[in-house]
Design a protein around this ligand. Structure first.
Ligand SMILES: *Cc1c(COP(=O)(O)O)cnc(C)c1O
Length: 470
């Protein structure tokens, strides 16, 4: 028995306790320190080269070294002024779930080996499907993230459109299969088309309507032209919460135009709106989707990676992913995740959302979501007062704003903010214009944090020094 890998219980406990305290201290420092890396790349590279793995080193030192590298060598999602790309500060229940899962390490490939864990995941998926308004019979599973969820939808839509796709791939179609995404959608779709064997050109980019949403007129025109040219449209993807601007494509119109094509709603970020009775109406029409992507590791604030694919008629999942083997303990397409999903060995990802929903309830998540939107609106109002142009509706806690003409270029402003280490935000392009993009992803960002960011982006005009006696 190797004591470095499998020490006795007393050593495990001591290491665990030590790590808990070290992480607690690091987390506290990160929240008060720089949001951006202050990283000595050369020193790090040299230290990393020293790990030739010939001589064992004590775990405690290795953990301390790693914590120090992460403390200084990454952009911090856990910093309250990280206004970033949908990545959250993870909730306590999600982190508790990771610890539990790391201890038991259950295998979720089959329901036979992990009946409790598989049932918990299915229960959470059902709860989300119901909340999204999908039919009672809807199903799905947890994924590593939105990209795997979207890949799942893509292969299901292809198999649905031409069952012979299962055997013959793209040759099953009488012409090139094509699908539709907005130019502002998540462009991982392009590599997913490549990986699915239908080619990158199958992802047809539809222009936006001036407000970051898919243009329905352009969608209709492109589908008609593709059909006339002999291509086979098989899926329309509506994005509910674009990465750039949190825009929601017109869901009812997408359903109408998609007709018999598969309608996928990519709500990786925006899907969390289902938690809020007030904000849920923004997603009206999502209930007519054939499939939906929602990331738990975005607005639901779990640890990464934790996504979900929800399918209105889940019989397509085993039709797409069923395989027979001699070595698996069971073959039950209605219950065994390895027969309904891309993954095989499967981590118990869904426990994070189960515990978080259990601890906060839908009302708790509603407050979390609504709070982020309120803060985004505060940022919008503050920047507007300082002469900035807010170019989108920050209804999904994503704000895009253009500085006044007299201000430096957006990239310079972003670079200057990052150089202070006080906050992290980014540059984006919205409808052809450079904008700063800020998204409220942290459950503990405060109004004071937002006000500080306003000052960083748009420094107040200095009051004229008063001249004594005048
Ligand atoms: C984040 C995101 C994705 C990609 O999801 P990952 O979890 O990063 O794999 C896809 N679509 C949208 C709309 C997203 O916001």
């Amino acid at each position: 028995m190797n004591a470095a890998l499998f020490p006795p219980p007393a050593v495990c406990r001591a290491e665990d306790d030590r790590l808990t305290r070290a992480l607690e201290a690091a987390d506290a420092r990160v929240r008060l320190g720089a949001a951006t890396p202050d990283f000595d790349q050369a020193a790090f590279a040299a230290e990393l080269r020293d790990f030739d793995f010939e001589q064992p080193r004590p775990l405690s030192g290795l953990c301390d070294w790693t914590i120090a590298q992460l403390e200084h060598g990454i952009v911090h999602m856990t910093h309250p002024r990280y206004l970033g790309l949908f990545n959250p500060a993870p909730s306590l229940p999600a982190r508790a779930a990771d610890r539990i899962v790391a201890t038991f390490n259950p295998q979720l490939a089959t329901a036979t080996t992990s009946p409790a864990a598989v049932a918990i995941e299915a229960h959470v998926i059902q709860a989300l499907a119901r909340r999204a308004g999908l039919p009672e019979t809807a199903g799905g599973h947890f994924t590593s993230g939105g990209s795997e969820a979207n890949a799942t939808a893509l292969v299901c839509a292809l198999t649905h459109a031409a069952p012979a796709f299962a055997e013959h791939g793209a040759r099953a179609f009488p012409g090139p299969p094509v699908f539709y995404i907005s130019a502002d959608s998540h462009l991982a779709w392009i590599k997913l088309a490549h990986a699915a064997g239908i080619g990158r050109a199958a992802a047809r980019l539809i222009p936006t309507d001036g407000q970051g949403r898919m243009s329905i007129a352009a969608l209709e025109r492109t589908i008609a032209a593709d059909r006339a040219a002999g291509a086979v449209p098989f899926m329309v993807v509506a994005t509910a919460g674009t990465t750039n601007a949190g825009a929601i494509d017109p869901l009812f119109e997408c359903r109408r135009v998609a007709q018999e094509c598969w309608l996928h709603v990519d709500a990786a970020w925006g899907g969390a709106l289902i938690a809020s009775d007030t904000l849920r109406p923004l997603l009206a029409g999502i209930e007519a989707a054939d499939s939906i992507t929602i990331d738990a590791h975005k607005w639901f604030a779990t640890t990464m990676g934790c996504g979900m694919i929800i399918v209105a008629r889940p019989a397509i999942l085993p039709a797409t992913f069923d395989v027979r083997t001699t070595y698996m303990p069971s073959h039950t397409p209605s219950a065994d995740p390895y027969l309904t999903s891309l993954q095989w060995s499967r981590r118990f990802m869904g426990l994070r959302l189960f515990l978080a929903l259990g601890a906060a309830g839908w009302p708790g998540y509603a407050r979390h979501i609504e709070r982020a939107v309120t803060l985004a609106r505060r940022l919008a109002a503050g920047l507007t007062r300082r002469g900035w142009h807010v170019v989108n509706d920050p209804a999904l806690a994503v704000l895009c704003a253009r500085p006044p003409e007299t201000a430096p270029a957006v990239s310079e402003i972003v670079a200057a903010v990052l150089a202070t280490g006080q906050a992290w935000l980014s540059k984006a392009v919205f409808e052809g214009h450079d904008v700063i993009r800020a998204c409220i992803t942290h459950g503990q960002t405060t109004e004071a944090d937002i006000d500080l960011v306003i000052d960083l982006l748009a420094p107040p005009i200095e009051a004229k020094p008063s001249v004594p006696g005048v």
